[in-house]
Design a protein around this ligand. Structure first.
Ligand SMILES: [Zn+2]
Length: 386
């Protein structure tokens, strides 16, 4: 099936990765569509196929962190066991990278509960906060610290055009079907000299992102530069180290469109990397299906109850006697995921025959090496990368 690149509109003849329905979303829910990932050779962008009825999905289904303050908010656990909250970290990175002028009007676009902006304003009470989201679910979380006239749901008021010295938009652009139109909208909201901070998954650092059904875009730096240039913005800062598996970028509003030369090598490298990740998923799917047959009827556990673990669950549960998820995140231990308990890895029972490792393959071996309970004789480990 031919599609068009979401960034540069070049036709893409065929998918680089295809898997039959169901597809898995970032909220660990299955939807009844096949997974299709495409790579654009012209700009180095990778993308998934459209979601059916995308507006309803975000208005009614996608309620990140609304029910729970903790669950989705922990992005890492420090060596001493202290959870590190995503929004604390995002706020600190934003303040560091953006160098905000005093009294700046700042907009959180696709804000959700806007915890990140609230924390930035707590550190910088001079900032003038505004919030926007495509749902009204978050209004209660905004009231009390954002003035009613500085809140918008579903559409942004015309009077906000050219108003903001700063816009932040965390983990939104990967969800939008038309990222160039999205960036043009943000540019139109920036005041002259205004700057935009975006965060998004870095598929090269976390290959699982390639098959997340509601992540329609998998940006490379090359495709991001192209998207920004097409929107009247220019990339100023890239930070791919502060937040594992993601990059944070700052872009400035261009006052005149200068045709920027495309770095062909950077584009070719990005497209090559994306195709390599698609090939990895093809192999991983094949490998997991084989392992499910090999361990048919055996008692199994999955290490990791995030995206990779959920994906493994969908591939093996018809064959393997799959009992339990293991997860080192203390906030998830004791919960139930796909009808199985989530336990600390140290609590794995003696009668488990096989553990499927559901972690980012770039980090999985180091993480498992430190788990003594998983190295007992007779316990088999299955890796998604072979
Ligand atoms: Zn393209």
């Amino acid at each position: 099936m031919t599609t068009a690149c979401r960034v540069c509109a070049t036709p893409i003849a065929k998918a680089s990765y295809e898997a039959s329905a169901p597809a898995l979303t970032s909220m660990m829910a299955f939807i009844d569509i096949p997974t299709l990932a495409y790579v654009c050779d012209e700009c180095g962008h990778a993308q998934c196929a459209d979601l059916p009825d995308i507006d309803t999905f975000y208005d009614k289904t996608y309620r990140i962190s609304l029910e729970s303050d903790d669950h989705d908010q922990i992005f890492a656990v420090a060596a001493d066991g202290t959870p590190i909250y995503r929004t604390d970290h995002q706020a600190a990175i934003g303040l560091k990278l953006m160098d905000l002028p005093r009294g700046a009007s700042i907009l959180d676009y696709g804000a959700g509960k806007a915890d990140t902006l609230r924390k930035m304003c707590r550190a910088r009470p001079d900032l003038h906060p505004h919030v926007f989201d495509v749902s009204r679910d978050y209004v209660a979380a905004w009231n009390g610290w954002v003035k009613p006239e500085d809140q918008a749901s579903y559409s942004v008021p015309d009077s906000w055009s050219g108003r903001f010295q700063a816009i932040i938009s965390h983990f939104v652009i990967e969800h939008v079907a038309e990222p160039v139109a999205f960036l043009k909208t943000l540019r139109g909201l920036l005041a002259p000299g205004g700057r935009l901070l975006l965060s998004m998954p870095d598929v090269a650092a976390n290959p699982g992102d390639m098959t997340v059904a509601d992540h329609l875009n998998h940006f490379s730096i090359a495709s991001l530069k192209r998207a920004l240039a097409l929107s009247g913005l220019a990339l100023e800062v890239v930070d791919s180290a502060a937040f594992p598996g993601a990059f944070f970028i700052v872009a400035g509003r261009l006052e005149e469109t200068a045709a920027e030369a495309v770095d062909r090598q950077e584009v070719a490298d990005a497209a090559h990397k994306a195709k390599e990740i698609c090939a990895f998923w093809k192999d991983a799917t094949h490998r997991l299906d084989g392992a499910a047959k090999k361990f048919s009827g055996k008692r199994g556990a999955i290490y990791g109850s995030g995206f990779y673990g959920s994906w493994i669950c969908s591939r093996i549960e018809a064959d393997v006697d799959f009992r339990v998820f293991l997860d080192q995140n203390p906030k998830l231990q004791g919960s139930v995921h796909f009808n199985r308990p989530v336990l600390s890895p140290g609590k794995i029972e003696d009668d488990i025959d096989v553990v499927f490792v559901g972690l980012n393959p770039l980090k999985a071996r180091a993480a498992i090496a430190g788990q003594a309970a998983l190295h007992r004789p007779g316990l088999e480990l299955v890796w998604i990368d072979g």
